[in-house]
Design a protein around this ligand. Sequence first.
Ligand SMILES: CC(C)(COP(=O)(O)OP(=O)(O)OC[C@H]1O[C@@H](n2cnc3c(N)ncnc32)[C@H](O)[C@@H]1OP(=O)(O)O)[C@@H](O)C(=O)NCCC(=O)NCCS
Length: 149
Amino acid sequence: MIIRNVQVTDLAKLLSLEEQVFGDCALNAVSMRQQIDLFSEIFFVAEKGAEIAGFVIGGVSVGKSYGWILDLVVRSEYRREGIAAELTEKCIKTLRRFCKSKILLTVEPDNSARILYNKLGFKDVELDPTYFGVNSPRLIMELNIENGV
Ligand SMILES: CC(C)(COP(=O)(O)OP(=O)(O)OC[C@H]1O[C@@H](n2cnc3c(N)ncnc32)[C@H](O)[C@@H]1OP(=O)(O)O)[C@@H](O)C(=O)NCCC(=O)NCCS
């Protein structure tokens, strides 16, 4: 497996995996293409042969000192092999070049991805019951990166 920066030519494969995992809540082609254009330096793909096994999209809040893990997906047949951890660690390492205080993410409160984020050092900050609108709660989590923590 290799981890590399995203390329525009990945778009169709990314969309297919995103839709397979998130269904109606998946990023659409417009959003995914915009994420590639904005964040290719902090958008990483795990590649196994010709297949995309997973990806992570980082982001930055412009004019602020913090970054984001915006999306994280691993293909179901490759889960529990450490791919998400490796992708996220790579993204965090690169985000440190652009952000000096903290890295944020949001997650569904009952998503087991929380265990992964806890392992990587993220702490629960706030449960926002309407983060994505009515009946769309998200737990906001934060990794402090001040002083190289
Ligand atoms: C969440 C997700 C990205 C994890 O990918 P992964 O490659 O399987 O994760 P890793 O193998 O790197 O997991 C590292 C550790 O996190 C924890 N973890 C990951 N998935 C877990 C699960 N389903 N249940 C419990 N712990 C889990 C474990 O501690 C794991 O270490 P271990 O396998 O040695 O016990 C993957 O399950 C996925 O794509 N889910 C659907 C999309 C999603 O919910 N994304 C997150 C949106 S916020």
